[in-house]
Design a protein around this ligand. Structure first.
Ligand code: BES
Ligand code: MN
Ligand code: ZN
Length: 507
């Protein structure tokens, strides 16, 4: 694998200020349309500088003839012989508001891309914000995962081959930045979608190393011997039921030195359970296969630090990623065992299925030794997250101010994290009769917040931290929607990158 070929290969992106004179037959012009004033009216093409009145007229006549409506995320494909493209794909933005949120554009572009195969897309953009969102949405929507299909079921042609974004300013950099962000999301999705047969801790660590080295990161990997020796009791305890031993991966982007000023240092921590059976506290069989996604936090953290390096963010970013497979076996930890987390806090493991917090506590303590200004940790941590917030809304906990900042940025990028509290009284639920802490509470209440409360015990004083629970949002078990297909979603890669950019800009 050459460095350039590590990770997801996105379609190429270019920017043009005019509609190309002639394109190949496989080209599609994607045109945003809005619904008419009343439900019976035909859609209209959103005004743009790339199509003249005649072309717009022809598109609208064709849409009307087909009974198109222009409702949000609706698609209508028409052939317009006067235009130099194979076909036109009208994508609905809903009612004409004159001003659409980035995520409306991103989703519309994503829906369009999901319907295309082996195509060269030419997309009509409306503004600068829209250029970013459109390119991002197109690449996200064009994502396919076919690594494990033989010729028997492999689709002949997949996704988009190339994208030409129509934009009046020369915005090649903006378009490329959007493409890089979407590529990072796709890299995280690839990792999540790789089945547990093929992605186990050692293999996961190797892939993180290859991605990190290709981006110029410093890479450190601790194997089971090094982990044992240094006292990573949580990672060892969770990993010891598996024949495939655990790892701790550290990826460092040194951006602060580049600018020679006292820039910020951000620690990222992500849960990397390559498969979660529950261990001896075994999970029910129904839907256990969803636990292939239990390394979604790790995947997003790896993709984010790699992206930070590619974008040369002028801050230090250090990812600390614990990787283990939670299996039941004769060597597995038992409910009632006591282990010592890295740093010395002892824990009574009352439930081996609450394993995420055990590997994360070790990693958070290690990350704290680097004395970061900020610590963002993300994990598919609790089923209670989906009970509280559903499948598409990450729960964001942590230091009040930073939590709100992270949730706000998450909403801005369309990943929609929502702030949640960590009520003081929940700490009492984690009292153990034999150790410093128990890993689960005796109560059924507030499972997501109890897990956050557990992690808080390991965050050093003075570090601004955020915990993002993505149990539901990391993995789409329902049908495709917007730019999100089935399987790994890459959430919260775009949230974390937005936070890093914000810290780089504002401290
Ligand atoms: N990986 C699971 C959480 C999860 C559940 C992720 C559903 C995605 C979808 C985690 O390790 C777990 O098993 N948590 C337990 C905690 C409980 C034992 C306190 C849970 O949520 O049931
Ligand atoms: Mn579990
Ligand atoms: Zn888990």
């Amino acid at each position: 694998m050459s460095p350039a070929n590590v990770g997801y290969q996105a379609p190429s992106v270019s920017v043009s200020s005019t509609l190309p004179k002639r394109t190949v037959d496989s080209s599609v012009l994607i045109v945003p349309v809005v619904s008419g004033s009343d439900d019976s009216a035909a859609p209209t093409v959103v005004a743009n500088p790339f199509l003249d009145a005649e072309a717009v007229g022809e598109i609208e006549v064709a849409l009307e003839a087909l009974g198109a409506k222009g409702s949000a995320e609706s698609l209508t494909r028409v052939v317009v012989p006067a235009l130099p493209v194979g076909s036109v794909l009208a994508v609905g933005l809903g009612k004409d508001s004159g001003d659409w949120s980035a995520d409306v554009i991103r989703r519309a572009a994503g829906v369009a891309a999901r319907s295309l195969n082996g195509t060269e897309a030419v997309i009509t953009t409306l503004s600068d914000i829209d250029l970013n969102a459109a390119v991002e949405g197109l690449i996200l929507g064009a994502y396919r995962f076919t690594d494990f299909r033989s010729a028997k079921t492999a689709p002949k042609d997949t996704g988009l081959r190339s994208i030409t974004a129509l934009s009046t300013g020369a915005k090649k950099d903006a378009a490329q930045r959007a493409a890089d962000i979407a590529t990072a999301v796709a890299t995280a999705r690839d990792l999540v979608n790789t089945p547990p047969s093929h992605l186990f801790p050692d293999e996961f660590a190797k892939r993180a190393k290859a991605l990190g080295e290709a981006a110029g990161l410093q890479v450190e990997i601790l194997d089971e011997k090094a982990l044992e020796k240094a006292g990573y009791g949580g990672i060892i305890g969770v990993g010891k039921g598996s024949s495939r031993p655990p790892r701790l991966v550290r990826l460092t982007h040194k951006g602060a030195k580049q600018r020679g000023k006292a820039a910020k240092k951000v620690a990222l921590v992500g849960k990397g359970i390559t498969f979660d059976t529950g261990g001896i506290s075994i999970k029910p069989a129904a839907n256990m296969h969803h636990m292939t996604s239990d390394m979604g936090g790790a995947a997003a953290v790896i993709a984010t630090v790699v992206l930070a390096a590619k974008q040369r963010l002028p801050i230090d970013v250090i990812a600390t990623v614990p990787m283990a497979e939670n299996m039941p076996s004769a060597t597995a930890q038992r409910p009632g065992d006591v282990l010592t987390q890295y740093g010395g806090i002892t824990v009574e493991v009352l439930n081996t299925d609450a394993e995420g917090r055990l590997v994360l506590a070790d990693a958070i303590v290690r990350a704290g030794e680097d004395e970061p200004d900020y610590l963002i940790e993300t994990s598919t941590l609790t089923g209670a997250q989906t009970v509280a917030l559903g499948a598409r809304t990450p729960g964001v906990m942590g230091s009040d101010e930073f939590r709100d900042r992270v949730a706000g940025l998450s909403q801005r990028v369309g990943e929609n994290g929502w702030p949640m509290p960590l009520p003081e009284e929940l700490k009492d639920d984690l009292k153990s009769t034999v150790a410093d802490l128990a890993n689960v509470s005796g109560s059924r209440y507030a499972g997501m917040l109890v897990a956050g409360t557990y992690l808080r015990e390991f965050v050093p004083e003075g570090v601004q931290w955020a915990h993002i629970d993505i149990a539901g949002p990391a993995y789409n078990t329902g049908g495709p929607w917007g730019y999100t297909g089935k399987g790994g979603t890459g959430v919260p890669t775009r949230t974390m990158f937005a936070v890093l950019e914000d810290i780089a800009a504002n401290g």
